[in-house]
Design a protein. Structure first.
Length: 159
């Protein structure tokens, strides 16, 4: 991955001036490269990573494993396209291992998430099984530690 992309992925608020200083490139060149990445779809959007423990709104995050019977000539794509069109679906990944697709979503309650699974996901032709997991606490996301432990006193034991 290009140096500019790595820096923007770590901090999307970096200015072209800051990126130019970090990479040793000309600021105009950095601006042009960023514009090119935005135009060709390499950079899709800029977002903020929110520590949900600091926000009073209550919701749950669910990760749903889906086993799929691939469609003739279309593999998993047709089913994936149907799933990612739901507004509730935040992320969708094709996986290796014991399940095929991983869906990430947020809902107001566990009941709402479960209802979405049985009314929408499990009802799709080709979905053969689902398993829903609820996130209890996020410790780290996108290389950012969310739940920092208080400083602990180092204890040394001499025998």
């Amino acid at each position: 991955m290009d140096e500019i992309l790595k820096l923007l992925e770590k901090d999307g608020r970096m200015t072209p001036t800051q990126i130019a200083q970090a990479t040793g490139q000309d600021e105009t060149e950095v601006q042009e490269t960023i514009r090119k990445y935005e135009a060709d779809g390499t950079i899709l959007k800029y977002t903020a990573l929110i520590n949900e423990d600091q926000v009073p709104a209550q919701h749950v995050t669910a990760m749903i494993e889906l086993k799929i019977s691939p469609q003739q000539g279309q593999g998993y794509d047709r089913i994936a396209q149907r799933i990612y069109q739901y507004n509730e679906v935040e992320s969708l990944y094709l996986m290796t291992g014991s399940y095929d697709l991983l869906v990430t979503m947020t809902a107001k309650t566990m009941k709402d998430a479960a209802q979405f699974v049985y009314e929408h996901l499990a009802a799709i032709d080709g979905v053969t099984a689902t398993a829903t997991h609820f996130v209890m606490k996020k410790y780290k996301e996108k290389n950012c530690v969310l739940a920092k432990a208080p400083e602990q006193e180092e204890r040394l034991y001499f025998v």
